[in-house]
Ligand binder design. Structure first.
Ligand SMILES: Cc1ncc(C[n+]2csc(CCOP(=O)(O)OP(=O)(O)O)c2C)c(N)n1
Length: 328
């Protein structure tokens, strides 16, 4: 489904913001101010932005872990400031600074992570079933990496969603790496989306470094699901030009990846540069307007950093902590 000029500019703005916030995350963790670790998004953020940007507020979004879902949430218009505060363990965080990135935004129908890869699959089927049963008109954007499709739950979910014609979009961000394992070591086919054919789910493969191709795919997929045509599978293919995460210590024994190759990918496959070039060539934006978007995103990131630094650290007493535990 073709994008309007306004949609292209909006996608570009969201991508610039998402990639700027990704840099802020790296800055915070490298300076020891962020709790835990961070799964860098880098040049793999175009699919996330596209996945979030055309959803209605009432639609359900399960973001992908890469970039900690910032791209997906920026797309859906979530308050990223409180998300950063959460990462930094501040009382102003969206879960009062207690969850690191295992948090959610229930009022915006955005669900976080349990740390259990593939947990989104059965939950997405549940949400899809609920939407259909209640005739709510909602669609479910269920984002995962390629690695999660080795999970049995992915297949149960695809089968049930197909059988019941649920409004679920299986949005696969295939960066060809699952933590420290190359996809070619664990998957025999060329495309993950080929798996969808077995369940009769239509599928499309797009270049995950092409912001506008991802945007068109997202628009079509949302339209497909909204019209009651059942699930659809979109696979965005990319590279991962860095290690699995920053701040984690579990990379021992990982196969060494070629640093020169990764640097070359970073330089040549940057979706922001490609989108800016295309907007300029199409005459949709001037160089000055593009620079303004970049400058505004930088100011926004500085304001987020300042807000988090000023916010008190979350050190709740034990009684208050366990008040948020619903089951053991
Ligand atoms: C059930 C489960 N198995 C293994 C892990 C460890 N783990 C964390 S991230 C990850 C790789 C995920 O790969 P993918 O879904 O392709 O996302 P990517 O990081 O490549 O973007 C793994 C195996 C986990 N968190 N949960």
């Amino acid at each position: 489904m073709p994008l309007t000029n306004e949609q292209k500019v909006a996608l570009f703005r969201n991508l610039v913001r998402a990639m700027t916030f990704d840099q802020l995350m790296l800055r915070l963790i490298r300076s020891g101010r962020l709790v835990g670790f961070y799964h860098e998004g880098s040049i793999a953020m175009a699919p996330g932005v596209a996945a979030g940007s055309f959803l209605e507020k009432s639609d359900i979004l399960w973001p992908h872990l890469r970039g900690h879902g910032i791209a997906h949430m920026v797309g859906k218009g979530i308050d990223i400031t409180t998300y950063f505060a959460e990462h930094m363990g501040r009382v102003t965080g969206c879960c009062k600074g207690r969850s690191s990135y295992h948090c959610s935004f229930p009022d915006d129908h955005v669900h976080g992570w349990s740390g259990n890869m593939g947990a989104n699959f059965p939950m997405s089927v549940g949400h899809g079933f609920s939407a259909k049963y209640k005739k709510s008109g909602q669609v479910v954007m269920s984002c995962s990496g390629d690695g999660s499709y080795g999970e049995g739950r992915a297949h149960e979910a695809m089968l049930m969603a197909a059988n019941w014609k649920l409004p679920v979009i299986f949005w696969c961000e295939n960066n060809q790496m699952s933590q420290h394992t190359a996809i070619t070591d664990i998957f025999p086919g060329q495309f993950i989306s080929a798996l969808a054919a077995g369940y009769g789910i239509p599928a499309k493969v797009v270049d995950g470094h092409d912001l506008f191709a991802c945007g068109e795919a997202a628009l079509s997929a949302i339209d497909h699901a909204r019209r009651g045509k059942g699930p659809i599978f979109i696979e965005c293919v990319m590279v991962r030009p860095h290690e699995h995460s920053v701040g984690s210590v579990n990379a021992a024994g990982a196969k060494k990846r070629d640093p020169e190759q990764m640097a070359q990918w970073k330089a040549t496959l940057d979706p922001q540069k490609a989108a800016a070039k295309s907007l300029l060539e199409e005459g949709l934006m001037t160089q000055k307007q593009i620079k303004q978007i970049v400058a505004d995103a930088g100011k926004e990131a500085d304001a987020i950093e300042e807000f988090c630094e000023q916010s008190p650290k979350a050190t709740p007493p034990i009684e208050e902590l366990i008040a948020g535990v619903y089951a053991t």
